[in-house]
Structures are given as structure tokens and as C-alpha cells.
Design a protein. Structure first.
Length: 219
């Protein structure tokens, strides 16, 4: 390689580095929920949030990372699956450190165990064995949260976007909602579904009516 060639390659390399510095790559924000048995350490510090008057299929929306807590299933149903849908698919915050500008948000492995949605804490047992991801939706199924039982369902992000965690400024003390800036929608399915119960009752009533009709007509 001649001296001229070496100089040319060096100049091209410098130009490439300068160009890359002007166009920084997007940093993907990862979100990971887990659904486990109750967290005894948190239970000693505060009472669980109670899920009541919450119907199967009813969608609620909230921010994550959330303030970690246990939940009491007081819905009147055994929860068969939990479905979460990312509503914030890109995130911008000029007040954060560093500032975020339309960064993509997706489900990902935050705790570093090579899986999404699985706890790495040996004291927390995963409730659902099947975790499927389709676009912005993650579904936990293959398990049951019986009515009247406690469970644990925190969300974590990478990087940590919990308010006051070092990137996002803390939330004022007077503000009740202390959850993070990534919005998630959630709903659950039940065992049995309320619609299925109604269907069983209707089919049962039809069966009785048909039997009565047959007996009246002698066949």
C-alpha cells in the first residue's frame, strides 16, 4: 500500500467518523412486564392494590415503569390470561438526561435472562407458562390467577425511565400518579368467560325446551 493510498484511507475514515457523529443511532427503549406470585417484601411495606369492578375484556391504561406493588384479584373471576398493549411506540422528552427524541419503544428482555416476561427472582414464581408477542401486544396465558389471590405485576424499562431514577425528573410530591411515561393498555380474560357462562345457560335452556317439545309431541 502506497503512502498516498494510506493518506486517502485515513481521510475517508475521519470523514466517516465525523458523519456518524452527526447522525446518532436511535436507542431502542425496552419494556418488560412480569406476572408472578406475590412479593412478600413489598407486602410487608404496603397493602396491595385491589382489582375490583373490573370486567373481563375491559381495557385500562396506565404508565410504566410503575410503582411496584402486589395486586389482589377481587374481580369475581379467575384470570385466565393477561394482555398488554404498548400505546407509546416512540418516546420523546427534551427534559430528560440524556434527552430523548422519538426513540422507538418495544417489548424486550430488561432483566437480562434471555427471555421476555420471566422473573429472575427465585422467590417469585411465574404464573403463566406461555408468553407470546405480536407486534405491540404481549399475552400471558397458560396459567390461572384465582379470584381472591394476590399476584405481582411490575413493569421495568431499559434504560430505567422511572421518574426520579436518574433520567426522568422526579414527579412533584403533590401529584398522585407516580408512574412512568410509557403508556400501556391492559385487559384480562376469565375462566369461564362471562359470555361463555351466558352461552351455556342459553344452550341449556334450549335443550330443556326441545326435550319438553319432544315429550309433548310423543317423540
Amino acid at each position: 500500500m502506497t503512502i498516498v493510498t494510506k493518506i486517502a484511507l485515513s481521510l475517508l475514515g475521519s470523514a466517516g467518523i465525523s458523519f456518524l457523529s452527526l447522525t446518532p443511532a436511535k436507542a431502542v427503549i425496552l419494556v418488560e412486564p412480569i406476572v408472578t406470585t406475590q412479593n412478600q417484601d413489598i407486602l410487608k411495606l404496603k397493602n396491595p392494590r385491589i382489582l375490583t369492578n373490573y370486567q373481563p375484556g375491559e381495557v385500562i391504561e396506565y404508565g410504566v415503569p410503575d410503582v411496584a406493588n402486589n395486586f389482589l384479584n377481587d374481580t369475581g373471576y379467575d384470570i385466565q390470561s393477561l394482555v398488554f398493549d404498548l400505546k407509546t411506540l416512540s418516546y420523546s422528552n427534551p427534559e430528560s438526561t440524556p434527552a430523548y427524541n422519538n426513540e422507538p419503544v418495544e417489548w424486550g428482555d430488561v432483566n437480562g435472562d434471555g427471555k421476555i416476561g420471566s422473573s429472575i427472582n427465585p422467590d417469585l414464581n411465574n404464573i403463566f407458562k406461555d408468553i407470546t408477542i405480536s407486534g405491540s401486544t404481549i399475552t400471558f396465558s397458560g396459567g390461572v390467577i384465582p379470584n381472591g389471590t394476590l399476584f405481582y405485576n411490575p413493569f421495568a424499562t431499559l434504560p430505567n425511565l422511572a421518574p426520579g431514577g436518574g433520567i426522568i425528573p422526579p414527579i412533584p410530591a403533590e401529584q398522585v400518579d407516580k408512574d412512568g411515561p410509557i403508556r400501556v393498555a391492559a385487559y384480562y380474560t376469565a375462566v369461564p368467560e362471562s359470555t361463555n357462562v351466558l352461552g351455556v345457560l342459553v344452550l341449556g335452556a334450549l335443550g330443556v325446551a326441545l326435550k319438553l317439545k319432544r315429550s309433548l309431541h310423543g317423540y
